[in-house]
Design a protein around this ligand. Structure first.
Ligand SMILES: Cc1cc2nc3c(=O)[nH]c(=O)nc-3n(C[C@H](O)[C@H](O)[C@H](O)COP(=O)(O)OP(=O)(O)OC[C@H]3O[C@@H](n4cnc5c(N)ncnc54)[C@H](O)[C@@H]3O)c2cc1C
Length: 415
């Protein structure tokens, strides 16, 4: 099997990179071992959290001055902005409707009812309430991964007029025998399956007549937003959803939509397989071996590492150090395990910035020598703290498209 590019990891970064490469007509395979960060995430993407007084331009310039190893600083402000805009266009082309834009960051409501700045948020997810809006935060009886009282109390603290209510959905009783089955994804499997709009409508209608907006947990819409749209058309007030504790229905839907489009574009999707080795001659990668295709390596002109952070096994910690398990690439890390963490749990944690070291072109390196045709993107990269800097999804999207653009250009030059 011969490819222009083989991508290791099919999360947000790998999929966006693969989508762009297949759009450009390049032959591309994605090998992905298991679930990605999106399966657990909020479904919102953060670009770079900043106060409202500072523009994104200024925030990126400040970052370049203070944090030269941040992936945004490596590729530069112009590329970050261009790739962020390109992400918006690409998602829209895939039929993924998002609220927000580079120019218009917004506040979204978290599962516990607090507000958090975001770049892009799925169209069904609730943004900060309007002043004076009467909001019903509606839980589902027996569903513990969303606490309507907690969310309503936090919303009231931020000045909103919110009340907690609960609905009974007897069609979910089949899941109640086992409390561990009563999770958002299993609820969605029942609620997405035919003719549920009427029963949901019947439960929500009396509430909708008394409030300006209903918020309820995101536990339907695994494949698309059609049920949410149908409910919104029939209810007298808008219905918005709130992400639940993981797993995440909006995140899984985003992952599935990107994957569908990648396959539609002609991409080869090798799910449930794991890359075990990357062969290279000097600084040029030429083949990738996987667990399921041990004897027939995938030959490739370019390779991209999009294997995520610790959570996805893209980075591994031992007692002594942190390593990249596929090839043992160079990793940015602080030495001495005692320096990996801050004593205050709520402070930014140094280990969050650990990850693969690259040059400005995002080419990974081994023993200090950058590869010619092996790039790293997304959560596996070092130099950033997605949580405290509010840039996790943004780094995945921006670096994915930055590398896709380089591979496209280099493919045109090389035979
Ligand atoms: C609970 C939670 C909430 C979040 N909320 C937000 C948020 O609000 N905003 C935001 O911007 N970001 C958020 N994030 C972060 C965001 O989801 C991640 O930054 C992003 O999904 C990372 O994408 P990635 O493609 O780089 O890596 P991943 O999503 O980690 O994907 C890596 C993939 O590579 C595969 N893989 C690993 N090793 C191999 C191998 N050897 N062979 C084959 N495949 C391999 C893994 O199985 C996985 O599928 C959240 C994350 C979590 C977990």
């Amino acid at each position: 099997m011969k490819f222009d590019t083989v991508i290791i990891g099919g999360g947000l970064a790998g999929l966006l990179c693969g989508l762009e490469l297949t759009r450009q007509g390049l032959r591309c395979a994605i090998i992905s071992r298991g679930q990605s960060g999106l399966h657990f995430s909020s479904g919102s993407l953060d670009l770079l959290t900043r106060s409202s007084e500072i523009s994104l331009d200024a925030a990126l310039e400040r970052l370049a001055a203070t944090e030269p190893t941040h992936p945004y600083s490596l590729i530069g402000k112009t590329a970050v902005l261009a790739c962020a805009h390109q992400t918006e266009a690409l998602l829209s082309e895939c039929g993924i409707a998002m609220q927000g834009s580079v120019e218009q960051p917004h506040q979204r409501i978290t599962p516990i009812g607090t507000l958090r700045q975001a770049w892009l948020t799925s169209e069904d997810i609730a943004l900060a309430p309007e002043k004076g809006e009467r909001i019903a935060v509606v839980g589902i009886s027996g569903f513990l991964d969303f606490q309507s009282h907690l969310a309503a109390a936090s919303l009231r603290k931020s000045g909103a007029n919110a009340e907690a209510l609960e609905i009974e959905l007897p069609q979910l009783d089949i899941l109640r025998d086992n409390a561990s089955e009563f999770r958002s994804v299993n609820l969605a499997r029942v609620l997405d399956g035919g003719n549920q709009a009427q029963s949901l409508l019947a439960a929500l209608l009396p509430i909708a007549k008394q409030y300006d907006r209903i918020l309820m947990p995101a536990c339907f819409g695994l494949q698309d937003n059609s049920l949410w749209r149908a409910l919104n058309e029939s209810l007298p007030c808008p219905l918005s959803l709130l992400p639940t504790l993981p797993p995440s229905v909006p995140g899984i839907r985003l992952n599935a939509a990107l994957q569908r489009q990648f396959i539609k574009n002609g991409g080869v999707w090798l799910a449930g397989d794991a890359v075990t080795d990357v062969s290279h001659s000097g600084q040029s990668v030429n083949a990738i071996s996987t667990r399921n295709h041990g004897e027939i390596p995938l030959r490739t002109r370019f390779a991209v590492l999009a294997s995520g952070s610790f959570f996805s096994g893209g980075l591994v910690a031992s007692r002594q150090d942190v390593s990249e398990p596929v090839l043992g690439l160079d990793v940015l890390q602080t030495s001495g395990r005692e320096n990996w963490t801050s004593r205050d749990f709520f402070e930014p944690q140094p280990w969050q910035r650990f990850g693969v070291k690259t040059d400005n072109a995002l080419r990974a390196s081994l023993n200090g020598q950058p590869f010619n045709n092996f790039f790293a993107i997304g959560g596996v990269l070092g130099g950033f703290d997605g949580l405290s800097q509010g840039c996790a999804g943004g780094v995945s999207a921006v670096t994915a498209l930055y590398v896709a653009r380089q591979i496209t250009e280099l493919s045109g030059e090389q035979p």
